[in-house]
Design a protein around this ligand. Structure first.
Ligand code: 5GP
Length: 181
C-alpha cells in the first residue's frame, strides 16, 4: 500500500478540483473572447494530472502536446539547470500556446520554455500553473493562470513526485522529512 504517514495534506482533492474547474472556466472565457483556441503543452511528468483535469474543464476544441524537461531527480532542491529531454510532436506556427505546468518554483524552467517557444513561431504564449512558490522565485515569469500560491515547502501528489513516487496521490501534500522517505 501507499505509505502516506510521512505526509501532511496541504491542499485536499476537492479544493484542487474546484480550483481547476474555475481555471478552466476562465481560460474558456478569455480565449473565446479573443476568438482563439489554446494549444495546451503539458510539461511532463508533473503536469500530467493537471492537464487531464484542466483540459476537461476547458469548453473549447483544444489541442495538446507534451514536452519533458530535466527536473529535480531525487533531490528536493533545484539544480538551476534546464534541459529539454522530450521535444514537441507538432509545429507551433501560429498557435496560441498555453503551458500546463505543475509548479513554478525558481521560474527557470518556464522562463527558458517561454523564451524558446516564442522563437518557434507561436502566436501567443501563456502559462497555467497549478502551484506557485513566490518566495523561491529567481526569474520573474508572468503566470496567467495560477491555482494556488504555496509557502516554500517541498510538495508531492497530483502529478508531483519525490524520487518518482507519490504522483498518483489525489491531494497535494508536504513531505515532513524528505531524507527519511
Ligand atoms: P523551477 O524551474 O521553477 O525552479 O522548477 C520547476 C520544476 O521543479 C517543477 O516543474 C517541478 O518538477 C520541480 N519542483 C519545484 N518545486 C517542487 C516541489 O515542491 N515538489 C516537487 N515534487 N517538485 C518541485
Amino acid at each position: 500500500m501507499l505509505d502516506t504517514a510521512n505526509l501532511r495534506i496541504l491542499i485536499p482533492a476537492n479544493e484542487i478540483s474546484d480550483r481547476v474547474l474555475a481555471l478552466g472556466a476562465r481560460i474558456t472565457a478569455d480565449y473565446h473572447a479573443d476568438g482563439r483556441v489554446p494549444h495546451l503543452i503539458c510539461v511532463l511528468k508533473g503536469g500530467c494530472m493537471f492537464l487531464s483535469d484542466l483540459m476537461r474543464a476547458v469548453n473549447l476544441p483544444v489541442t495538446i502536446d507534451f514536452i519533458a524537461v530535466s527536473s529535480y531527480g531525487s533531490e528536493t532542491t533545484s539544480s538551476g539547470e534546464v534541459r529539454l529531454t522530450k521535444d514537441l510532436d507538432q509545429s507551433l506556427d501560429g498557435r496560441d500556446v498555453l503551458f500546463v505546468e505543475d509548479i513554478v518554483d525558481t521560474g527557470l524552467t518556464l522562463s527558458y520554455l517561454t523564451d524558446t517557444f516564442r522563437r518557434r513561431g507561436a502566436r501567443s504564449v501563456k502559462i497555467a500553473a497549478l502551484l506557485s512558490k513566490p518566495a523561491r522565485r529567481q526569474i520573474e515569469v508572468p503566470i496567467d493562470y495560477v491555482g494556488f500560491e504555496i509557502p516554500d515547502e517541498f510538495v508531492v501528489g497530483y502529478g508531483l513526485d519525490h524520487a518518482e513516487r507519490y504522483r498518483n496521490l489525489p491531494f497535494i501534500g508536504v513531505v515532513e522529512n524528505p531524507t527519511a522517505v
